[in-house]
Ligand binder design. Structure first.
Ligand code: ATP
Ligand code: MG
Length: 184
């Protein structure tokens, strides 16, 4: 029994990791994995399914790694406020096609699909297409999906699920603004 457990821990496997929940830290956790991956001399890719009003600090810092990191953000002009759901869906689908290319690329050890959970929830990505895409990975490729409200079917498919729980946040209690280095 003991022997079997030890053997089981020798297993190397590409993981599906999901960071979800209401608390802060989902995207930073996934980008922390990117940093680790790059630090070990491996390649990674990030696809951002939400375009915020600012460029995250990580994108600037990680640009120094050059081709080892591919970074795809949704097309210009995109915001979640837009009423043009059809265009939003089109942009998310373009990002998804790019994601598939990264997922199938055996030279990329880790692919981060940032806010893919939210794109799923809004119906911009279909659950089936995402689950099928995860299955297209080479066996040792990791994929991390972030965002609130990950659907139960995705959680069931994941090897690792962490749900961030909001205990306190300065936006709510103190009216503190989004600060560089903390929020983006
Ligand atoms: P981070 O990018 O800092 O890791 P996140 O990915 O977990 O955060 P999102 O759900 O993507 O958070 O939300 C994006 C923004 O909302 C971030 O600027 C974050 O600080 C803010 N935020 C996250 N959790 C809360 C909360 N509980 N209350 C208010 N704002 C929050
Ligand atoms: Mg996030």
């Amino acid at each position: 029994m003991q022997q079997r457990r030890v053997e089981a821990r020798d297993l190397e496997k590409g993981l599906v990791l999901v960071f979800t929940g209401e608390g802060k830290g989902k995207t930073t956790a996934a980008l922390g994995l990117v940093l680790r991956t790059l630090g070990h001399g491996e390649r990674a890719a990030v696809v951002q399914f939400i375009k915020g009003g600012w460029q995250p600090g990580e994108a600037k810092a990680l640009a120094h790694f050059g081709e080892a990191l591919a970074w795809h953000a949704l097309g210009e002009g995109f915001t979640w406020e837009t009423q043009d759901r059809e265009r939003d869906r089109e942009l998310a689908q373009v990002a998804w096609q790019q994601s598939l290319t990264y997922l199938a690329d055996g030279h990329r050890k880790l692919v981060v699909l940032d806010e893919a959970n939210v794109a799923l929830k809004l119906g911009y990505l279909d659950l089936d297409q995402v689950l099928e895409g995860l299955d297209c990975r080479p066996p040792l490729t990791h994929v991390a999906l972030t965002g609130r409200g990950a659907p139960p079917e995705l959680l069931a498919r994941a090897d690792l699920v962490t749900e961030m729980r909001a205990v306190r946040h300065p936006f709510r209690e103190q009216g503190v603004k989004a600060q560089a280095g903390i929020e983006y």
